[in-house]
Design a protein around this ligand. Structure first.
Ligand code: SAH
Length: 220
C-alpha cells in the first residue's frame, strides 16, 4: 500500500491529469464540468498497481477477467453524449460496472447511478473502491444487464460499456420518454449509438466506430 501511494505521486499527479484533460479538449470534448470531474477523479485507483503509472494514457487497459477499463476519450465521449441531450440527468442505469471508473465520473454529474455487473469479483471490488472514494449516490447490482433493473425504472439515461449485437428490449422499456441511451452496438464492427426515446418511438443516431468487450449473457 505504502509503495503505491509513494510511487503514485509522480505518475498520477495533478499535472499528469491536466495533460489528460488538455488532450481530451483537443479531441473535441467540450463539457467543462465533465472535464473538471475527469481532472479530479483518480483513475489510477481503479486499476492494478502494476498499471497505475499508465492510468492517464489515452488507452484501454486490462482490469482482469478478460475485461478492460475504457480509454479516457471514450468515457468522456459517452458521458458528453449523455449529458448533451439531458443536462440535468436524475437517474442513470449503467450496464458494465467493470472497475467502476465510468461509474465514478457519472456519480459526480447526475443524481444517482444504478450500476449492474455480471462478474462477481469486479462487482465487489468496484463497490469497495467507490465507497472508499466516498461516492454514496450509487446502487450496485450483481446481475445480467439484459434484464436492466426494473425496480428503479424509468431511467433518464442508460449507458452500456459492453457491446450487444442488438439492444436488449428490456433496456428500451426502462428508458424514460425524453431519456437517452448511449451504447456500443454490433458484433464485429461496432458503432457508438445514441438512442433517444420520444413520445412515439426511438430516434437512433449512429456515431463513431468503437471497440468494446461483448455484452454477455448470465453471471459468472
Ligand atoms: N466501464 C467499465 C468497462 C468495463 S468493460 C470500466 O471502465 O471499467 C465492460 C464490463 O461490462 C465488464 O466488466 C463486463 O463484465 C460487463 N458486462 C458485459 N456484459 C454484461 C451484462 N450482460 N451485464 C452486466 N455487465 C456486463
Amino acid at each position: 500500500m505504502m509503495s503505491l501511494s509513494v510511487q503514485g505521486m509522480g505518475m498520477t499527479s495533478l499535472r499528469t491529469r491536466e495533460r489528460m484533460i488538455k488532450r481530451l479538449s483537443e479531441q473535441g470534448i467540450k463539457n467543462k464540468r465533465l472535464l473538471e470531474v475527469m481532472r479530479d477523479t483518480p483513475r489510477h485507483i481503479f486499476m492494478d498497481e502494476a498499471l497505475s503509472s499508465r492510468a492517464y494514457e489515452d488507452t484501454s487497459l486490462p482490469i482482469g477477467y478478460n475485461q478492460t477499463i475504457s480509454q479516457p476519450y471514450i468515457v468522456a465521449k459517452m458521458t458528453e453524449l449523455l449529458l448533451e441531450t439531458h443536462p440535468l440527468v436524475g437517474k442513470v442505469l449503467e450496464i458494465g460496472t467493470g472497475c467502476g471508473y465510468q461509474t465514478a465520473i457519472l456519480a459526480q454529474l447526475v443524481d444517482h447511478v444504478y450500476s449492474i455487473e455480471r462478474i462477481l469479483p469486479l462487482h465487489k471490488k468496484a463497490q469497495q473502491d467507490l465507497w472508499d472514494l466516498k461516492h454514496k449516490n450509487i446502487s450496485y447490482l450483481y446481475g445480467d444487464g439484459h434484464l436492466g433493473w426494473p425496480d428503479y425504472a424509468p431511467y433518464d439515461a442508460i449507458i452500456a460499456t459492453a457491446a450487444p449485437v442488438e439492444i436488449p428490449p428490456q433496456l428500451l422499456q426502462q428508458l424514460a420518454i425524453g431519456g437517452v441511451m448511449v451504447l456500443p452496438l454490433g458484433a464485429g464492427q461496432q458503432n457508438l449509438q445514441r438512442i433517444t426515446r420520444t413520445e412515439t418511438g426511438f430516434d437512433i443516431e449512429k456515431l463513431e466506430a468503437v471497440t468494446f468487450v461483448p455484452f454477455l449473457t448470465g453471471k459468472e
